[in-house]
Design a protein around this ligand. Structure first.
Ligand code: DGJ
Length: 688
């Protein structure tokens, strides 16, 4: 039988005829309604010639290709060497379920197409034999056409996540692997293969993401015969399945688009929003970390609470430093009771003030970790994941969450905190790599812990943070309401981190804070216009000691909050678009409403442009047939320009057709590097 899944312009065809494992005939654009006969003709028409010096039959690469069938590229399943037998393939409404056996392993592969055209593939591998089974790989392989020659994936570092890397690999494998026990700052994140020159707005692209918060492997292989594959899965190391045991592999999220990287977001964002836990508007947040670090006391924080409320903050988050003995980052993780030296009357007096000022209260925790210098480590040294004398990272160890006692203790402590205090939000941090070979049990235990806590306290929101953006993936996103995008609040670095993280993750999940003028992570001084514009579009907040700012800067932040609130619904529900400019000194991105009648864009000058006049204003995503009012809006701080006379339209706005805006014909002033403007676009009423 040949099966055809179709949704939102995407097609997926699986040939499950015969005794061998099924073959993916097509994944890409929707080929239209095809009869059974046409599907058969298509599948037969794709049977390749027998290549010179090769096996003596056409090589059809199946979903589980093996050496036994003549495939000498990277296998999907590693560790088992036996021919594959096709047992069954079932069609459900929007999914296919194929079961195949490789030796003693019975592999059930689910392939589901969401209404948005996102393909989700996962294996369940069952040991049906009577001896243990060693698995070294359990990946999903998806074919991509030969024209998908250019590859994009991501690397990065602390305070510099999601750095794009592009290459055109030749024959062979470009493989990325993480061994951090979390995605890590260099998480490949999305591996994209596309037609040469693909960009945000153009090109045909195929992408995979591993929905998993532990170690992973992603690759693209161009095999000797010319066939190319995207491979993705958990990095297993060596996983031994006992007889009767089943391994449920993480879901591989696969997305195709004919309209570039924005086209990927066009499928991913609505799909994520269809199951997102976010139910309320994203409150403007003040986080105390870069404002006070470990300097906690009611006296120190009370004025900050007052200033926060004055400018319009809606949630006050007490970061690291509140718990027993935590005077710096070298001690006390694990002792999740309130420090009585800093907080003699507990957190209630602070929370009362926060509530009294009309804000909700959030608290930082790092439950998976423990400091050697803590009561917990002294009481339970056996709960550590690595021996006490093993290498530390930020002076801390991880707890072995698969130890039931450690797990129960953590759940109990977190539950006690949430029961004792009216906490609306937990910032859940994870500040080190695990540095162990097997991280699967730890990752699964983390999910169980989050699930159990949420079941007990369904109203509490959780943010996933891992030294910034070291653990952002679509499986953790099912359990949290926000991710901390990066530890850097330097807007110059942030602009790019947010641009690329936002391909996968909708803006309402991505925390972004206005930090101090001199960024704590880079020492670079940046303008308020760039800091405000950079944080405006996401889950916006402040990470600065407002009591130290000038009244003018506080007023500016207040005005910025008003702008954010006025546009928050649009920003957190609309379509995200990014312009492709030849000069990458300027970045343009925006959010457009579903009916394309309203949009907000940012035009940020990050560096000196390569010409005396800057790139014109390109506003993607609008309706060519509508007329729009285009205006620069006051976000609290004006951008500085180099010119005495900006383009005439700039001060009062202009009314033009959407076609002119997408074509990029409006002149812009030459902003000084490190400045940004925000532009509002509204359609005029259509004459009756
Ligand atoms: C790392 C986080 O990413 C920061 O925002 C802050 O919460 C610190 N940890 C606290 O130790």
């Amino acid at each position: 039988m040949i099966h055809h899944l179709r949704a939102a312009g995407v097609g997926f065809i699986l040939d499950s005829r015969g005794a061998a494992a099924p073959v993916i005939v097509h994944w890409g654009r929707d080929l239209g309604e095809l009869s059974e006969a046409e599907l058969t003709t298509l599948a037969d028409g794709m049977i390749p010639a027998v290549a010179p010096s090769s096996i003596d039959a056409p090589l059809r690469v199946s979903i589980l290709p093996t050496l036994a069938e003549g495939w000498s590229g990277r296998p999907a399943i590693g560790g088992i060497h036996a021919p594959v037998r096709h047992l069954s393939t079932l069609r459900h409404t929007d999914s296919l379920e194929t079961t195949n056996a490789v030796g003693d392993a019975v592999i059930t592969t689910l392939m589901r197409m969401t209404p948005e055209g996102v393909l989700i593939v996962s294996h369940g591998i069952h040991n049906a034999g009577s001896a243990p089974l060693d698995l070294t790989e359990a990946a999903v392989l998806l074919p991509v056409p030969d024209r998908a020659r250019e590859v994009l994936d991501f690397s990065g570092r602390w305070a510099g996540e999601r750095v794009p890397q592009r290459l055109t690999p030749g024959h062979g494998t470009w493989l990325r692997e993480t061994r951090h026990g979390r995605g890590g700052h260099d998480d490949p994140f999305l591996m994209v293969a596309g037609t040469p020159g693909f960009d945000f707005g153009a090109g045909e692209v195929w992408a995979t993401h591993v929905a998993w918060s532990g170690d992973k492997r992603q690759w693209v292989e161009r095999a000797e015969l010319g066939a190319s594959f995207l491979g993705a899965g958990e990095r297993l190391g060596m996983l031994t399945l006992a007889p009767g045991e089943t391994y449920d592999a993480p879901a591989i999220v696969a997305v195709w688009s004919s309209s570039g990287l924005d086209g990927l977001s066009d499928r991913l964002h609505p799909w994520v929003r269809s199951w997102s836990r976010i139910r309320t508007v994203r409150p403007i947040t003040l986080n105390t970390w870069e404002a006070v670090y470990f300097d906690h006391s009611l006296e120190r924080l009370e004025p900050l609470v007052a200033r926060a409320a004055e400018v319009g903050v809606e949630r006050f988050v007490l970061d690291d430093g509140w718990f027993h003995g935590r005077t710096d980052d070298r001690r006390a993780l694990g002792d999740w009771t309130v420090d009585r030296t800093k907080w003699p009357d507990g957190l209630t007096p602070l929370i009362d003030r926060v509530h009294g000022a009309g804000m909700t209260f959030g608290l930082w925790v790092e439950p998976e970790m423990v400091s050697l210098d803590s009561d917990l480590a002294r009481r339970h040294p056996d709960w550590l994941l690595t021996p006490p004398d093993a290498v530390t990272w930020r002076w801390q160890h991880a707890l072995d969450l698969s130890n039931p006692d450690a797990f129960a203790h953590l759940l109990d402590r977190l539950d006690a905190l949430l029961t004792q205090y009216p906490i609306a939000y937990l910032k859940w941090d994870h500040n080190r790599d695990l540095l162990v070979e097997r991280t699967r049990a730890q990752t699964l235990a983390l999910y169980r812990l989050l699930d159990a806590l949420r079941a007990e306290h369904p109203g509490v929101e959780i943010e996933s943070c891992a030294s910034g953006g070291g653990r952002i993936d679509l499986e953790i996103l099912r359990r949290v309401d926000r991710v901390w995008t990066s530890d850097t609040n330097d807007p110059l670095v942030r602009q790019r981190i947010q641009r690329f993280t936002g391909i996968l993750v909708p803006p309402e999940y991505l925390g972004s804070h206005v930090g101090d003028a001199r960024a704590h992570t880079t020492g670079r001084v940046s303008t308020l216009s760039l800091r405000l514009a950079t944080a405006l579009f996401l889950h916006a907040g402040i990470e600065s000691d407002l009591t130290q700012l000038t009244p003018q800067d506080r007023d500016a932040i207040g005005a910025w909050i008003d702008v954010h609130r006025a546009h928050r619904d649009l920003l957190h529900s609309g379509r995200v678009v990014r312009a492709d400019l030849a000069d990458d000194a300027v970045l343009i991105h925006g959010v457009v409403s579903a009916d394309r009648r309203e949009a907000l864009y940012s035009y940020a000058s990050l560096d000196a442009t390569d010409a005396a006049l800057p790139p014109a204003l390109v506003l993607p995503g609008l309706d060519d047939g509508l007329r729009y009012r285009v205006e620069v809006i006051d976000i609290g701080a004006p951008a500085a320009t180099l010119q005495d006379a900006p383009p005439p339209w700039f001060s009062g706005g202009i009314t033009v057709a959407g076609s002119i805006l997408s074509e990029g014909m409006l002149a812009m002033p030459l902003l000084l590097p490190g400045n940004a403007v925000v532009i509002s676009v509204r359609a005029l009423p259509v004459p009756a």
